[in-house]
Every structure is written in structure tokens, then in C-alpha cells.
Design a protein around this ligand. Structure first.
Ligand SMILES: Cc1cc2nc3c(=O)[nH]c(=O)nc-3n(C[C@H](O)[C@H](O)[C@H](O)COP(=O)(O)O)c2cc1C
Length: 399
């Protein structure tokens, strides 16, 4: 599940770890959240508001009483607007202030006005962290219901070693997700799910290939969703710019033949195969080992069909194995997909159309799920993460 539509305030206070926060804001922004950055005066000494404006795509707020700006009661507006306030890095000073209700700048005032727990990522020198006053404030803020992403041990900017380094942006990002998104029931626990993603490349010569526009986003989102629902997940992917999610196994392939070999090897040990990859239907009949040179004339290539992976595997599937295909259609989507479902002996097929908001490379998708027996189920336009969770929630009882 993504943070799409979530409204977050990220507050920076004056510590060296401010340099890590643009990465955090970028992760949040890319995941669909609206991020309002608020900085203390001290934070602006470590990083410029401009950097944070660039990654959040919003003006950064710093001052409580700017004379050159109309702000009215924006400290209350930000506080009401925020579904979650994150303080990263949180200085010892800031923790002390909010533990005692001090509201002497914009960020402390927004926190004091906020009615819900906030998420705090402290960062400071080990001496400051171990100080009994800091520890008292830390424990008191926890008692009040605030959540912490605790600092880690390691080498500090001041050359001291000990606990005090701010958690990495990825860890804070995951903590924000865990805070805001409902925990999913582990409906796929104990199940082995095999997912394919991305395009394939079929070589023409030493430097060229044919491929398609598949980005891998749908298959990667499905793999993340399968993990979230507790499945032991293997992801086989064609060339993709995406970072592999933390799946049980990640297998990288290039051609349709390699995809076929990899899927065949894993299939016997799988409860459910979801083929979200976009393998090429054709490959050049001849693969030239040298680069084909321009010779003034035209170039004719002959293509032959590649192996039909879905058909070949689903014909030999065990009774309790589920094989699910994807159909990307440009016309007569439902009719073509229903035919594919029965021709290829699939248990279900997910249909998506090619448009600006759906299909290849888009972050969103609008799909229809066709099960063997039953009416097609149409899903609304959602992010690929949301689509994946919804698809797997319907399929889980069958798996
Ligand atoms: C170079 C430098 C680095 C600092 N790093 C930290 C830090 O990591 N954590 C911390 O609690 N204070 C740190 N401080 C001290 C705070 O900036 C100082 O307490 C400031 O008043 C905090 O203001 P704020 O909480 O309103 O942002 C540092 C100060 C300097 C000069």
C-alpha cells in the first residue's frame, strides 16, 4: 500500500542529520504523499529550505511571524491538515520543548496544537542522548503516545562513537507507513507465490534487441503486496530500472527463453504463479553475432514465435496450483482476455488497457479480474500497489 493522498508535515530541527531528510521527503513524495516541510531556525543553518522545497514541491515554512508574508493562523492550519507529523531529525532541545509544551517557534507550536501522536526520529551526540534529562523527555513523550524511530549506534559527525545517529531515511519511511497504513491480514502466510515482471529482450545482433515498454512496476507491486500478505515470494524480472523489493528470491532474466527456463524451474515448488511480465511474442529467427552494418538498402528480419510460457506451464499444473495471467489489450479487452483464459487453461486473468493512466510504465492501473467461473470484477483506477493488494485479497482464498 502506498501513501498516496496522505498529508504529512515533516519537521526539521537543528542537527547535522538534516542532510538525510531530502531523501526521506523524496521517498514520501514519490510514494504519493503531500509533504509540508517546516524547519526550525537552527535547521536552516544545516540545509537550505530551497533543497527541501525542490523535493517536496511546496514552499517550506520556517518563521512564526514573518513580516513579508500573510500567514494568519497557519500554525493551526498545518496542525489540522497533517495526518501525521514527523520530526526528523529531532534535537535534544526540541524534544525537551515539546515535552513541556513550549511553543516558541512555528514547528513547536504546530506540534503543541496537534491532537494526535507524532513520529520522532532523534539525532544527537551520545552524551546528549544519554543525558538523564533527554532520557526523561524521551520516556515521557513515549508515555504520551508519541512514537519513536530510535537512533542507531555508530560513528557521529563529532567523531564520538555511541548511540545517537538518526535512523536512515528508508527506516523512517517504513515507520511512517507502519504508522499510517492498516496492517494487512496475513492471508497468504505459508503460501509460495511466484511472480514475473518486466519486459524481455530478444537479441537481433551484438548491440540491438526488440522489447516493449513494460517497466516492471505492476509485477514489483504485486511482489510487495504478496510479501505484505505473508507469502514466501519469488520475483523473476526482465530488465527494469526498479530496485528489487525484499523478496525471498529475486531472479533476473533477459530473454523470453530465459524467463521460460526460470519459471519452469520454480513452478513445481509454487502454489500460485502470477505472470505479470510482458514477454515478447516473437523473436528474430536469426541472432547475428556481429553488429549488422548499414549497407544502403533496407533490412528485412524474420521473426518466429517465442515459447508460450503460460500455456506450456498451465497445461501441466497440479490440481491445487493456481496460474494467473495478465492481458494487456488495446481493443475488445474483455472478449480477448476471456478467450486467453480458456485457451491457456488459466485460473484467472487480469485485464488492463493501454492508456496514459494504465498499463505500461504508469504508476496507476485500472484492471478487471476475470475468474474461471464468475462475473468479471472491475477495480477502479488505483495505484499499482493498491491494485495489487486488492487483487491478492480476492485471489487469496483460491490460493
Ligand atoms: C554543528 C552543530 C551540530 C549540531 N548537531 C546537533 C544534533 O545532532 N542534535 C542536537 O540535539 N543538537 C545539535 N546541535 C545543537 C542544536 O543545533 C541546538 O541545540 C539548537 O538550539 C537546536 O535548535 P532547534 O531544536 O530549535 O532546532 C548542533 C549544533 C551545531 C553547531
Amino acid at each position: 500500500m502506498s501513501l498516496s493522498g496522505k498529508q504529512l508535515v515533516v519537521g526539521l530541527t537543528g542537527g547535522v542529520s538534516c542532510y538525510k531528510v531530502p531523501n526521506l521527503v523524496r521517498l514520501l513524495y514519490k510514494d504519493g504523499a503531500s509533504v509540508q516541510v517546516i524547519m526550525t531556525d537552527a535547521a536552516t543553518k544545516f540545509i537550505t529550505p530551497l533543497t527541501l522545497e525542490s523535493v517536496s514541491q511546496r514552499p517550506v515554512a520556517v518563521r512564526m511571524f514573518p513580516e513579508d508574508e500573510y500567514v494568519a493562523t497557519r500554525h493551526i492550519d498545518y496542525s489540522d491538515w497533517a495526518e501525521l507529523i514527523i520530526i526528523a531529525p529531532a534535537t535534544a532541545n526540541f524534544m525537551g520543548k515539546i515535552a513541556t509544551g513550549i511553543s516558541d517557534d512555528l514547528l513547536t507550536t504546530v506540534v503543541t496544537a496537534h491532537r494526535n501522536p507524532i513520529l520522532i526520529a532523534p539525532a544527537m551526540n551520545p552524551g546528549m542522548w544519554e543525558n538523564p534529562v533527554t532520557q526523561k523527555n524521551y520516556n515521557y513523550l513515549k508515555e504520551l503516545g508519541h512514537k519513536f524511530v530510535d537512533p542507531a549506534a555508530g560513528e557521529m559527525a563529532c567523531d564520538h562513537e555511541g548511540v545517537g545517529r538518526m535512523a536512515e531515511p528508508e527506516e523512517i519511511f517504513e515507520a511512517i507507513k507502519a504508522f499510517l497504513l492498516p496492517v494487512k491480514k496475513k492471508t497468504l502466510s505459508g503460501k509460495k507465490v511466484l511472480i514475473t515482471a518486466g519486459p524481455t529482450r530478444e537479441k537481433i545482433d551484438a548491440v540491438r534487441f526488440i522489447s516493449n515498454y513494460s517497466s516492471g512496476k505492476m509485477g514489483y507491486a504485486l511482489a510487495e503486496a504478496a510479501i505484505e500478505l505473508g507469502a514466501e515470494t519469488t520475483l523473476i524480472s526482465g530488465p527494469s530500472a526498479l530496485a528489487p523489493p525484499p523478496v525471498a528470491r529475486f531472479i533476473s532474466i533477459e530473454s523470453t527463453e530465459q524467463l521460460y527456463q526460470a519459471v519452469s524451474k520454480e513452478f513445481a515448488n509454487t502454489d500460485c504463479l502470477i505472470m505479470a511480465a510482458a514477454p515478447s511474442d516473437f523473436k528474430p529467427e536469426t541472432e547475428y553475432s556481429d553488429k549488422i552494418k548499414r549497407n544502403g538498402g533496407s533490412l528485412n528480419l524474420t521473426f518466429e514465435p517465442t515459447v508460450d510460457i503460460l500455456k506450456s506451464l498451465s497445461n501441466g499444473k497440479r490440481k491445487n496450483q493456481l496460474v494467473i495471467g495478465f492481458a494487456l489489450e488495446t481493443s475488445d479487452a474483455i472478449a480477448n482476455a476471456t478467450k486467453k483464459l480458456s485457451d491457456k487453461n488459466l485460473d484467472a486473468i487480469v485485464v488492463n488497457k493501454v492508456s496514459t493512466n494504465t498499463g505500461f510504465n504508469s504508476d496507476t492501473n485500472q484492471v478487471t479480474l476475470i475468474l474461471r467461473d464468475g462475473e468479471p470484477i472491475e477495480f477502479p483506477l488505483l495505484t499499482k500497489s493498491e491494485t495489487s493488494i486488492k487483487l491478492l485479497e480476492v485471489l487469496a482464498p483460491l490460493i
